[in-house]
Design a protein around this ligand. Structure first.
Ligand code: F3S
Ligand code: F3S
Length: 112
């Protein structure tokens, strides 16, 4: 799978959404997250991100290694205020922005 790392936080350029054929890039509140099971590894999203936030899972820079598991957690953990975890929604467009983030992203200092 591919992973969205720290540079996306508070930027949310969303160019990646338009490229993804699997509609598997989901919007939180301060960042976007790639669904590890729905991503088909096409790689189309990676070059279009203007802040280079997207990496193949084996190529995530060491300083952002935590984001690999964190993209998974967005779907497997109950996010703030949610009754259930997202699981596999099967499409980001129909779900829309979730409005919540993982603790890692929510606790990240604002880029203000
Ligand atoms: Fe974020 Fe880059 Fe997509 S900033 S929303 S990963 S194009
Ligand atoms: Fe979509 Fe990027 Fe995966 S374009 S299918 S999230 S590699």
């Amino acid at each position: 799978t591919y992973v969205i790392a720290e540079p996306c936080i508070d930027v949310l350029d969303r160019s990646c959404l338009e490229e993804c054929p699997a509609d598997c890039i989901y919007e939180g509140a301060r960042a976007l997250y790639i669904h590890p099971d729905e991503c088909v590894d096409c790689g189309a999203c990676e070059p279009v991100c203007p802040v280079e936030a997207i990496y193949y899972e084996d190529d995530v820079p060491e300083e952002w290694a935590a984001f690999t598991d964190d993209n998974v957690r967005f779907f497997t953990d109950r996010l703030l205020g949610a009754v259930t975890a997202l699981g596999s929604p099967g499409g980001a467009a129909k779900l829309g922005a979730v409005g919540a983030d993982t603790p890692l992203v929510a606790g990240h200092p604002s880029r203000g």
